[in-house]
Write a protein that binds this ligand. Structure first.
Ligand code: ADP
Length: 164
């Protein structure tokens, strides 16, 4: 069985992430989408909230499982007996960082390969931080995230005192 791990912050999950998820779910038998619970990033959403949102948007994809983790992606991959780590590439700006990460992981765990999916062009500009920025200044995020995620972002803004 081919098992892949797609790790990320998903703060919140965007149409760009969903595109990578649905495409990689066709490549592997089982896809584990893993929310990186990395405190240094100062996320808007808790890991539990991000897991919940991912479960909501992937509920129709039967071979996709959502989890959260602290620590190294390669250790998570070993835990799930995954052979591949999947990452998305938007632009050359992602490349240097992603290459370094993939090479580091290869040194630590040579049996695990990283595969990159290039973004669908209509999402090439899209990142979770763009979504947060636009939402924060009252912009329309309906082209960036699914309706259920937009509602969660609205609720989070109210929680932060940004909306009545
Ligand atoms: P991280 O904080 O680890 O970069 P993100 O949640 O921002 O986590 O992204 C997780 C992965 O998804 C990364 O590989 C990133 O390059 C990819 N990704 C994010 N947005 C897009 C997008 N719009 N199109 C394709 N890949 C994307």
């Amino acid at each position: 069985m081919k098992i892949g791990i797609y790790p990320g912050s998903f703060d919140p999950v965007t149409y760009g992430h969903m595109d990578v998820i649905s495409r990689s779910a066709k490549i592997v038998d089982k896809l584990i989408v893993a929310v990186l619970n990395n405190s240094s990033k100062n996320p808007w959403f808790t890991a539990e909230e991000r897991v919940d949102m991912l479960r909501e948007v992937t509920k129709d994809l039967k071979n996709v499982e959502i989890t959260s983790f602290n620590g190294l992606t390669v250790d998570l991959a070993k835990q799930y007996k995954a052979q591949t780590i999947i990452r998305g590439l938007r632009a050359v700006t992602d490349f240097e960082y992603e290459l370094q990460l993939a090479q580091t992981n290869r040194i630590i765990a040579p049996e695990i390969d990283t595969i990159f999916l290039t973004t669908s062009l209509q999402y090439a500009y899209l990142s979770s931080s763009t979504v947060r920025e636009v939402a924060y200044y009252d912009g329309d995020i309906s082209k960036f995230v699914s309706p259920e995620i937009a509602k969660r972002v609205e609720a989070k803004m109210r929680e932060m005192g940004k909306r009545k």
